[in-house]
Design a protein around this ligand. Structure first.
Ligand SMILES: Nc1ncnc2c1ncn2[C@@H]1O[C@H](COP(=O)(O)OP(=O)(O)OP(=O)(O)O)[C@@H](O)[C@H]1O
Ligand SMILES: [Mg+2]
Length: 243
């Protein structure tokens, strides 16, 4: 379970994340929806201990992010869209190995796990090729395996489908659903309501760092008396709406 209370991040005088509070239950996919610059990546980077909050409290599976960052790192996996951040000169396998070693995993255990995941994600054809030689979709598969190699209970997805073709998008969506079936606690960020609608149990809309609306798809449709949530989202984050 993820509990976020008053999370705030200042970059000099810019409030990138502004007093954000929300909860995500085990086995739930929470959609963090917002336009470019809304604060999605900053929020997820803080939850993954990659960035220090300016203020606020985060509790992940009972552990405090500020006081026990090492424990949080074991609990959390993160997958970014766009640039996969792989080392070009290492092979796909070496990239995964390197990351697993950072998590202090046992070498034997890592190799067993990688073999299992290679089969699961159909990666035998390119696992020993240099990352620089891989297509975007292949790279994203390597990034997926890298994000779950330590078997985290919490998965964070930051626009994980950006730049992928229809087939690869489907594979990423299937992977997210699989994580849900396994009972993981999941946050999925996107700027597309239709994508979030497809996957998420609950949605939080953020605008200029603030949570301006939250609820299930059903809640929102009922509250605003509309079936067109994409349009609703545009209205909510449009400049004409004062928040
Ligand atoms: N390292 C940084 N230094 C200074 N400002 C930053 C930094 N990272 C993000 N920001 C600012 O914080 C705000 C939120 O950015 P963030 O990347 O979290 O948004 P986002 O919702 O992920 O947007 P996008 O959809 O474009 O990825 C923006 O105003 C951005 O310019
Ligand atoms: Mg972002």
């Amino acid at each position: 379970m993820i509990e976020v209370y008053g999370l705030t991040k200042m970059f000099k005088n810019i409030k990138a994340v502004d007093n954000l509070s929300f909860k995500v239950e085990e086995g739930e996919i929470y959609g963090l929806l917002g336009e470019n610059g809304a604060g999605k990546t900053t929020t997820l980077r803080m939850l993954a201990t990659m960035l220090k909050p300016t203020s606020g409290t985060v509790i992940i599976n009972g552990k405090n992010l500020i006081k026990e960052p090492e424990d949080i790192r074991k609990e959390v996996g993160i997958l970014f869209g766009g640039e996969s951040g792989l080392y070009d000169r290492l092979t796909a396998r070496e990239n995964i190995l390197y990351f697993a070693e950072l998590h202090d995993m046992d070498k034997k255990e890592i190799n067993k796990k990688i073999d299992m995941l290679i089969r699961k994600f159909d990666m035998t054809g390119f696992i020993d090729k240099a990352a620089s030689k891989l297509s975007k979709g292949m790279k994203q598969k390597v990034a997926i395996v890298r994000s779950i190699i330590h078997d985290p209970k919490v998965m964070l997805f930051d626009e994980p489908t950006s730049g992928l073709d229809v087939g690869s998008v489907r594979e990423v969506h299937d992977f997210i659903r699989l994580c849900k079936e396994e009972g993981k606690t999941i946050i999925f960020s996107s700027h597309s309501m239709s994508e979030v609608e497809k996957l998420c149990d609950k949605i939080g809309i953020i605008h200029k760092g603030k949570l301006i609306e939250e609820g299930t798809i059903g809640d929102l449709k009922e509250k605003y008396k509309t079936d067109n949530l994409e349009e609703l989202f545009m209205e909510l984050v449009g400049d004409k709406v004062e928040v």
